[in-house]
Ligand binder design. Sequence first.
Ligand code: ZN
Length: 133
Amino acid sequence: MVFFILYAIAVWIAVFLIRRRWIALITLALSLAPIGGFSHVCVLFLPFAQSEPAETWLYYVALAYAVVILCVGLVIALRPPRLPPGHCHRCRYDLSGIAGTVCPECGAAIDTSTGAGATAPLDSEHKVKPAAT
Ligand SMILES: [Zn+2]
């Protein structure tokens, strides 16, 4: 039982490290193959008593396990990569060398208190107000 949890966590960590790339989706798809193979081997070689229900229940358990790995893995694989320091949080524009307080690409306010070039979170309190004329 612990093995299945560790396998799922290992797949999700691997997908997290290479997220937002095609190789992440390929890795996720390939990680499902051993689940099908393992369940098939179990059905073929495990001794099931005649009084037990048909062995196909093992396929349904494996399918549910694979669906959980796939769904969580897709959410992880589609997460954006970590934003490097000095980039706009809204548009990911490189703000190095920018002296102003507004992102020149999208107009988001640059939060100078958190470090060079980082922009403030996108909530209503931090939106750029147009200059009064
Ligand atoms: Zn921006």
